[in-house]
Design a protein around this ligand. Structure first.
Ligand SMILES: *Cc1c(COP(=O)(O)O)cnc(C)c1O
Ligand code: SF4
Length: 464
């Protein structure tokens, strides 16, 4: 691994400093905001996850453009993220100074109304070993790929206020699930030769230091699993803390670990989460990308389409172009889930597809590796292909990119046109009573439950 140019690291190595509800009023740029706006942040930040850091504040947010700045909206709580009655409820709890425990109670009551575990994620997809051990830190939904949630990777360098993993971050402990022993993972891969990919996810696994993360990865390497083709790392660290790969104490060690993976003939795919072109613009992220790529890892990118952040085709076209220029491979555009501040960030399916289509039309073929917009729903990843006329009626055309049953993939199917629909549950089949997969899906879910309810999990799909 090429060491960083010393002068760069010495002059520009910032120390990570995080800001949360407890200390955000110390941020100089926040001090300048009117007290009313600071209080609004406190109200919302008591319900939704809130964490940011010095890199996001100093290098990504343009403080001359508040509150419209996309990264400000992405990481700082905004009044409109809560519905008015929820806002009032928390506002009045704070104004009455009810005390930490009571405020926590009010917060959890509101959170429970925000659909904290969408798309059946609580009920399905937790795998088990042949001896019956349930693996709560894992999820196996699509044949080839297992998701793995390292227990020490359940946080991030900053939080996206749209994130569907928010119950993990706000201390709703009963939703936290994780698995310490990577031996279980190895054992599972031995029992499942069909699995080719392990996807480390979180939170953000890149919150772990290199030594800890290498325990997981090295046990996979040491196990010499013939079926293991690819290790994926789902991470937003390139956006929120690129110094992880530059100047942090363990950055060289982390990159050496990446090289160790590729050196063993295993593909390392870094699934980077970028929501806006500005996240690709700093010197720090550019050098971090170069360093990761120099290990032989490939960086693929993904993001949901988000109101107020990237809900127009120019932003997406720019983002994909910048990514390809930096050697990244655009991979997924997601539709934001029906949870948390969905009413604030959500973009209807038809509009999301128009944004995708218009952006796709503006870029070269090398950007068109991207697929979307895609919903990570209970039956699978469903892509909206477009709107078409069937006789005198309009229809929405969709297909599965991933299916609980692989046989569903790549078969176009139709729904009645609905401009306002935001999720598959809002759509009706164009003809007949149900979508082609629904009968089979019901049977699959039923038989899973009968097998002993092998499933408690809130994660899966979506970013990062
Ligand atoms: C998206 C996703 C994967 C990975 O799917 P690919 O199409 O291979 O990228 C795996 N598991 C779950 C649950 C997912 O949502
Ligand atoms: S979207 Fe990813 S980076 Fe953002 S808060 Fe959620 S898990 Fe963390």
């Amino acid at each position: 691994m090429k060491k960083l140019n010393q002068s760069w690291s010495e002059s520009t190595a910032p120390t990570y400093k995080s800001y949360t509800l407890n200390n955000f009023r110390e941020i100089p740029q926040i001090k300048k905001l009117p007290p009313r706006q600071q209080f609004e942040m406190e109200v919302v930040g008591n319900v939704l996850p809130f964490k940011t850091n010095n890199y996001v504040i100093e290098q990504l947010i343009n403080w001359k453009n508040i509150p419209d700045d996309p990264i400000f909206r992405l990481t700082f709580p905004q009044k409109e993220m809560l519905r008015p009655h929820h806002y009032k409820e928390m506002e009045s709890a704070l104004k009455q100074d009810l005390g930490t425990r009571e405020i926590q109670k009010v917060a959890n009551k509101i959170r429970m109304q925000l659909n904290p575990h969408p798309a059946g994620q609580m009920e399905h997809n937790v795998p088990h070993l042949k001896d019956g051990t349930k693996l709560y830190g894992m999820q196996h939904k699509y044949k080839e790929t297992v998701l793995f949630f390292p227990s020490q990777g359940q946080t991030c360098h900053a939080y996206c206020s749209f994130c569907f993993r928010w119950p993990q971050f706000v201390g709703m402990d009963e939703f936290r699930f994780a698995m310490k022993e990577s031996e279980y993972l190895v054992q599972y891969l031995r029992e499942h030769p069909e699995v080719t990919d392990v996807l480390f996810t979180g939170g953000d696994p890149m919150i772990m230091n290199a030594r800890l993360f290498s325990q997981y990865v090295d046990s996979l390497l040491d196990a010499n699993l013939p079926n293991l083709n690819t290790i994926r790392i789902g991470s937003k660290a390139l956006s929120y803390w690129p110094y992880k790969f530059l100047t942090d104490g363990d950055s060289d060690e982390m990159l050496e670990l990446f090289s160790r993976v590729t050196g063993r003939g295993i593909h390392l795919s870094f699934m980077a989460h970028f929501n806006h072109p500005v996240e690709l613009s700093t010197e720090a992220v550019k050098i971090a990308i170069r360093r990761i790529r120099s290990t032989g890892a490939q960086i693929r990118t993904q993001s949901p389409v988000l109101r107020h952040i990237n809900d127009n085709s120019d932003t997406w076209a720019q983002m994909w172009k910048n990514q390809v220029a930096l050697g990244l491979v655009p991979y997924y555009m997601f539709v934001v889930r029906d949870t948390g501040a969905q009413h604030y960030f959500g973009v209807p399916l038809v509009e999301a597809q128009e944004i995708f289509r218009d952006a796709y039309q503006k870029v070269s073929g090398l950007c068109r590796t991207v697929r979307g917009p895609s919903m990570s729903s209970t039956p699978g990843k469903i892509q909206i292909l477009g709107v078409t006329d069937i006789g005198a009626k309009k229809a929405i055309v969709m297909r599965f990119l991933q299916g609980r049953n692989p046989d569903w993939v790549q078969r176009p199917f139709l729904a009645k046109y609905d401009e306002g629909a935001i999720w598959i549950d809002d759509l009706e089949p164009f003809a007949g009573k149900q979508f082609f997969y629904e009968g089979e899906l019901k049977e699959m879910l039923q038989s899973e439950t009968e097998k002993g309810g092998q499933d408690v999990s809130i994660a899966g799909g979506g970013p990062p």
